[in-house]
Design a binder for this molecule. Structure first.
Ligand code: 3HC
Length: 293
């Protein structure tokens, strides 16, 4: 039977999860937005509200539509609320053991015909699926940051996936106004397999001290016509995420160019993770002035 998605849930309300919640709620879907505690669920509400406020202040969204969008979202810390969900999208940190614990818990909560999707950036979806009771319903639905803005959704298939699921997720992505591409399970899928080694190379180049961060970023922005330079983009994606995807890519390819540069490792250890912590290659704290170097 072709899956129908009326009630959607998103687990993990960090930058990506909150963005995905916003995408669904704006497209009229009732959404359960779940995180591990009431505080984290409320933090997620804050992210979504801030993003909607930004659209209101730009005149892109009316206050009534903002309120209606927020009303479609149920913020909760209870996985057990998801018993009637048709689609659950996991957007928790990129650790296989965390993914396994979420999917195993969902096995006991959601209906057997509900679809379980992962927003994983690079982990093996086959391994995630194989750890569940119904691997034929586990699919990748990979959004790009900022999820409310970027149109790409990678639909990731595995050898275990039931035939009609990828098509159903593709159609759903189109309904959300996104542009889906379907790709089989491989390290980094398509976009990250190309993007992350480029970001790692840029960080390694910056680490040589031969170019300033602004000049390096500008070389890519102005010279190659990219919307933002690689250090700014790494800060947006999150340095922990860039590092984790490098680790997965390197484990798969053993290519030195895929390895996480030592500066990136150090920033992750120092918890300078980019925009989300206020500091990465650049300083995003409220009192930081324009940075020229
Ligand atoms: N949330 C919601 N909306 C946002 C946003 C956010 N975080 N950031 C920007 N926007 C919106 C703005 O409100 C604006 O909307 P409008 O056109 O309706 O007014 C629009 O995006 C453009 O924003 P700005 O004018 O402020 O700035 P830019 O024109 O520089 O665009 C950008 C910002 C969209 C982030 C653009 O620089 C860009 O596309 N950068 C590249 C991002 C990218 O490559 N992302 C992919 C990362 S890889 C990934 O996510 C995969 C993962 O697995 C690692």
């Amino acid at each position: 039977m072709v899956p129908v998605f009326s009630k959607v849930a998103v687990i993990g309300l960090g930058t990506m999860g909150a963005g995905i919640v916003e995408v669904f709620a704006k497209a009229d879907f009732p959404v359960y937005a779940v995180d591990g505690s009431t505080e984290l669920a409320e933090r997620g509400r804050g992210f979504v509200t801030k993003s909607l406020e930004r659209a209101v202040s730009k005149g892109k969204l009316s206050e009534a539509d903002r309120d209606a969008t927020l009303e479609r979202i149920t913020f909760t810390a209870e996985l057990s609320d998801l018993a009637d969900a048709d689609l659950v999208i996991e957007a928790v940190p990129e650790r296989m053991e965390i993914k396994h614990s979420i999917f195993t818990a969902l096995d006991d909560i959601v209906r057997p015909d509900a679809i379980l999707a992962s927003n994983t950036s690079s982990l093996s979806l086959t391994e995630v699926a194989a750890g569940t009771r119904h691997p034929e319903r586990v699919v990748g639905m990979h959004f790009f940051n900022p999820a409310p803005v970027l149109q790409l959704v990678e639909v990731i298939t595995t050898v275990l996936l039931a035939d009609d699921v990828a098509d159903a997720i593709r159609d759903l992505a189109l309904k959300l106004g996104k542009k889906p591409v379907v790709v089989g399970d491989r390290a980094g899928f398509v976009a990250n397999a190309l993007l992350i080694p480029y970001l790692a190379r840029a960080i390694a180049l910056y680490q040589t001290g031969k170019v300033s961060r602004v000049d390096l970023d500008n070389a890519c922005k102005v010279g190659i016509g990219l919307p933002m330079g690689p250090l700014t983009l790494s800060d947006l994606v999150g340095l922990d995420v860039v590092h984790e995807v490098c680790e997965v890519m390197y484990a798969a390819t053993k290519r030195a160019s895929d390895a996480s540069p030592s500066l990136l490792r150090q920033l992750v250890l120092a918890k300078r993770l980019g925009r989300k912590t206020g500091q990465g290659f650049y300083d995003y704290s409220a009192d930081a002035g324009a940075e020229e170097d």
